[in-house]
Design a protein around this ligand. Structure first.
Ligand SMILES: [Zn+2]
Ligand SMILES: [Zn+2]
Length: 342
């Protein structure tokens, strides 16, 4: 999904004004709106925000890890070793290319409270952030989020259900963080919940229903590149984000993530995604042997509409608190769009 053009509200406003000018005469309009600026062109970039190398507990060098993602059609990669920031200058000199591929600095700030792991990714941090410690799970998490912000990075809360460490109530109480992993590709992180603990998607709907706006990231958390095809090790290529940004540069990408301008995926690809004041439209890049469902989900996780053909459209009724979409492929692959707040 590249080079799709979605008109922002100001752009639509300007376009409508320009049309008005053409139809009814420019003399009725102030000078400032007569010239229509070129609409910003956005591109879609597939990337992974969570990956390990030999600089922590991965099995491959940064060079090999970056090569894997570049050769598998990704456009950007964040290297996020535990408590270590890998320099990306040499990697970008070797593998990067303008508007083709970019390596972004990162760190998985890896803290704990007693036996509970608290891992927060810092995307595009300026330097290493040390684990901050704290007295409660919320305290530890918040202190690390704030330290990542102080280092100029964008935080995302990793695998909340790993070791059942960070609850939905904990997430509800956090501040200055917009991103969390709705899906982490590691095979032991309990994305779906169980035993009375909600899965991450259910937690997401609880947060949104309570007015806590968060955006769901999907990523690999890959550690093992030398056992391709083994589902019992955390390998690459299982989950990613597709980000709508003006250009392939670190700030452009992380700012788009923080705006919720992306979708998360475990294998479903979209060809179009548009939101206007009235509708959401989703078009799927369909695999010939697969079938799809598009679920539009609102407050408290309620199914507002299910569509079975692409493109799928949802028309806002006006009383939704939020609307997000989940696209399900017939073999279990999924994509999640970010909530549109109403
Ligand atoms: Zn982790
Ligand atoms: Zn990790």
């Amino acid at each position: 999904m590249r080079r799709a053009r979605v008109w922002s509200r100001p752009a639509v406003f300007v376009a409508v004004l320009a049309l008005y000018g053409v139809t009814w005469g420019f003399r009725t309009l102030p000078a400032s709106v007569r010239v229509q600026p070129p609409a910003a062109t956005y591109h879609w970039y597939k990337g992974n925000t969570h990956t390990h190398t030999l600089n922590s507990d991965g099995d491959s060098t940064p060079d090999d890890v970056v090569r894997w993602y570049r050769e598998h059609g990704y456009r950007f990669l964040v290297l996020s070793d535990h408590n270590f920031v890998t320099s990306v200058d040499g990697l970008n000199a070797l593998h990067g290319a303008d508007e083709q591929f970019l390596v972004i600095k990162g760190e998985e700030v890896s803290d704990r409270l007693e036996d509970k792991p608290v891992h927060i990714n810092g995307l595009d941090v300026s330097g290493k952030v040390d684990p901050q410690r704290g007295r409660t799970i919320v305290d530890v998490t918040q202190r690390n989020i704030d330290a990542i912000r102080k280092a100029g990075g964008v935080p995302h809360v990793n695998h909340p259900n790993y070791e059942w460490a960070i609850s939905g109530d904990d997430l509800q109480r956090l501040e200055r963080v917009k991103l969390f992993e709705v899906y982490n590709g590691h095979h032991k992180v309990n994305n779906l919940g169980g035993g009375g603990v909600p899965g991450m998607e259910e937690v997401w709907d609880r947060l949104l229903s309570n007015g806590r706006v968060m955006y769901g990231v999907a990523d690999d958390d890959a550690h093992v590149f030398k056992q391709p095809g083994n589902p019992d090790v955390p390998g690459p290529g299982r989950a990613w984000v597709v980000v709508r940004a003006e250009r392939l540069a670190p700030r452009s990408i992380v700012d788009a993530l923080e705006r919720g301008d992306f979708y998360a995926s475990t294998g479903v690809e979209l060809t179009d995604y548009q939101v206007t004041d009235k509708t959401i439209t989703i078009a799927i890049k369909e695999q010939p042997s697969s079938k799809y469902r598009v679920q539009f989900i609102g407050a408290k996780g309620r199914l507002l509409k299910e569509a079975t053909s692409s493109p799928a459209t949802y028309a806002f009724t006006g009383d939704e608190k939020y609307v997000r979409a989940k696209i399900l492929e017939s073999n279990g692959r999924v994509a999640w769009t970010q909530p549109v707040i109403r």
